[in-house]
Ligand binder design. Sequence first.
Ligand SMILES: Cc1cc2nc3c(=O)[nH]c(=O)nc-3n(C[C@H](O)[C@H](O)[C@H](O)COP(=O)(O)OP(=O)(O)OC[C@H]3O[C@@H](n4cnc5c(N)ncnc54)[C@H](O)[C@@H]3O)c2cc1C
Length: 389
Amino acid sequence: MSRFDAIILGAGASGLWCAMTAGARGRKVALLDHGAKTARKVRVSGGGKCNFTNLDVSPSHYLCANPHFVKSALARLSPWDVVGFLGEHGVTFEERDHGQLFTLEGAGRVAGALQERCTRTGVEFLIGREIGQVSGNGPFSVEFGGETVTGDSLVLALGGPSWPQVGATDLGFRLAGQFGLALTPTRPGLVPLVFPKKRQALCAEMAGNALPATVETGGARFTDPLLFTHRGVSGPAALQASSYWREHQLVTIDFLPGLPLEDFLTENRASNQQLRNLLARVLPKRLPPLLLDAPLAEAQVSQLSKAQIEAACEAIHRFAITPSGTEGYAKAEVTVGGVDTARISSKTMAARDVPGLYVIGETLDVTGHLGGFNLHWAFASGAACGSVL
Ligand SMILES: Cc1cc2nc3c(=O)[nH]c(=O)nc-3n(C[C@H](O)[C@H](O)[C@H](O)COP(=O)(O)OP(=O)(O)OC[C@H]3O[C@@H](n4cnc5c(N)ncnc54)[C@H](O)[C@@H]3O)c2cc1C
């Protein structure tokens, strides 16, 4: 039987950062994972380039039942701390739109840096076997491939079930439940939206086309590129909105953000072009006839009535649809919801009612916007926890 100060379940982004922080403080740490490799999600993140943080990290970029929860941990790990850590391992970066920082060397180097720092600080990796029964109340025991590992503290860093292709499961939620922690409802987030059957023709015609759009749902709105898929919409604007979308809820899309159609038509009121052709100057050519009914699409701009102009504005600026669903966990970058933060310390990530138990990363009810915010949360919550283990 091996005895440790802390057992961390999950060698992903949060678990690795937590382990290296605790290891650097001289703690004896075991990091357990069923994957043959560590940090598999990090390795596929950001299209292989890992959008590891964002210069604009702030609580407003996170969904959580308690919007104040993230403040303490975020305040103690800045984007420049992450840049500095990676820099020490020879990983450089570039800044893209909206303050997103991506590696130049590739996501594997971020995973490598985390793993290397853990190794250097004496963290013991126990990987490639299944986690069995977890028991105790400090000390905790974990069955792992025929062995029993014991630790004074136990950290749940098991992520959520999104993207199961790289070993994601709901074990973190199940173990949290076993210890009596409450869960907020979970659903796929940062995921493509699927349109209902009656709007499938629009998707079939437009699949592969991208355009800037504002997508609004559940009280949130995002202006970013939107991509039509064969079944609905994806691209940053749709992915961001998806985290706020709930079943049966309406989604509104403005296909011409920043260009009021009424003004554009007024400027062109002498035009003898058909409306669909004039609109092809500012929208993908095939889109206007799919959004407007035929008589309106084919009407001469100079002949448009006030009611027709209003109808066109409605169709282009306020396209309303109730998605039939999302593409689900298989294509979701994150899991929205998770362990309720009401009984978790925002300073240490400790479960208030179970001494010695901690929850970090995506297993918690904390979900970041697209743009490096999720990995930053994984690192920040891992750092907060690792500094007290
Ligand atoms: C395709 C994709 C791209 C992404 N790109 C970005 C990006 O560019 N920027 C960004 O900020 N975020 C990105 N994310 C989100 C980000 O990767 C996660 O939010 C982050 O990794 C969460 O960290 P975590 O430590 O909580 O969980 P994870 O990193 O998922 O780690 C959980 C660990 O637990 C292990 N585990 C799970 N179940 C079990 C089990 N039953 N037994 C044993 N071990 C188990 C897993 O193997 C894994 O190693 C992306 C996600 C995906 C899916």
